[in-house]
Design a protein around this ligand. Structure first.
Ligand SMILES: Cc1cc2nc3c(=O)[nH]c(=O)nc-3n(C[C@H](O)[C@H](O)[C@H](O)COP(=O)(O)OP(=O)(O)OC[C@H]3O[C@@H](n4cnc5c(N)ncnc54)[C@H](O)[C@@H]3O)c2cc1C
Length: 232
């Protein structure tokens, strides 16, 4: 795949559009991720996990939003200097991690900056009859993105506090104030576990709760299968 466009929807987000043959790709659903192979980073070739933000089979285009996070790992460093013409490969298969439930009307989506692309795709997948509340952690107001959705969306930006406790506090407050049919949370692995524990303690049933650790403090290339299932 070849990088054909590089944008910057927010100061810390690098939006990369790549073009190639997508003929054998399944249609990626909401919150689908792919493996990104970067042949040329300061650490040599690396593979990391990213959300498929947009997918256009006919034109062979895939869009990925890279967060310029302070961990400054190789993928982040690559994104900081990417220009059109550079190459990357994609895992080719991508799984949806969220699909709207026909019986559900009220959704709560929560996450940190790494989850904003996934949350955006979830919101785009909702029916017009749905109501969604978004609670997202960002370092400053310049990182607030606008979302589009057929559903009615209310939102709240939580400022980063370093240990995820502000995000957790707002998610628990929202879950206490209203019954959500589906709660979807993705963020740093320890913060995700703290939120999951607190939601289960509030009586949220596991079948209404989806949690994902998208990265782990101090760890490179955290697993893309971290569902927090050890907290039950
Ligand atoms: C299913 C899934 C979807 C994802 N989608 C996206 C996406 O669309 N956009 C996106 O930007 N990221 C996304 N991520 C997160 C991304 O895979 C990680 O941030 C990844 O670690 C970045 O690779 P790296 O080479 O920059 O850093 P690594 O080499 O993996 O890590 C280097 C250091 O950076 C730290 N670090 C990693 N991520 C962060 C962070 N977000 N904030 C602070 N420190 C961090 C690590 O703890 C480590 O200490 C997703 C992860 C998963 C599992």
């Amino acid at each position: 795949m070849v990088v054909v466009e590089v944008g910057s929807p927010t100061p810390r987000t690098v939006r990369v559009v790549v073009q190639g043959d997508l003929a054998d790709w399944p249609e990626p659903g909401a919150a689908a991720h792919t493996k990104v192979f970067l042949p040329d980073t300061p650490s040599g070739p690396v593979m990391r996990t990213y959300t498929v933000r947009h997918f256009h089979r006919a034109e062979g285009l895939v869009t990925i939003d890279f967060l310029l996070n302070p961990g400054l790992g190789p993928a982040t460093q690559w994104a900081a200097r990417v220009v059109p013409g550079m190459r990357m490969e994609l895992g080719g298969r991508s799984r949806s991690a969220f699909s709207p439930d026909p019986d559900a009307g009220r959704y709560l989506f929560a996450g940190d900056e790494s989850a904003l692309p996934a949350i955006a795709t979830c919101l785009e997948s909702l029916p017009a009859s749905a109501h969604a509340c978004v609670i997202a952690e960002i370092p400053d107001e310049a990182e607030a993105q606008s979302f589009t959705s057929p559903a009615t969306v209310t939102g709240q930006w939580v400022l980063l506090d370093g240990d995820g406790s502000a995000l957790k506090g707002e998610v628990i407050a929202a879950a206490r104030a209203e019954r959500y049919d589906r709660i979807w949370v993705a963020c740093e692995a320890a913060t995700m576990r703290a939120i999951r524990r607190a939601l289960l303690d509030e009586g949220v049933p596991t079948d209404r709760l989806t949690t994902r650790g998208y990265w782990k403090r101090g760890e490179s290339d955290h697993s893309d299968h971290d569902t927090g299932a050890d907290v039950s």
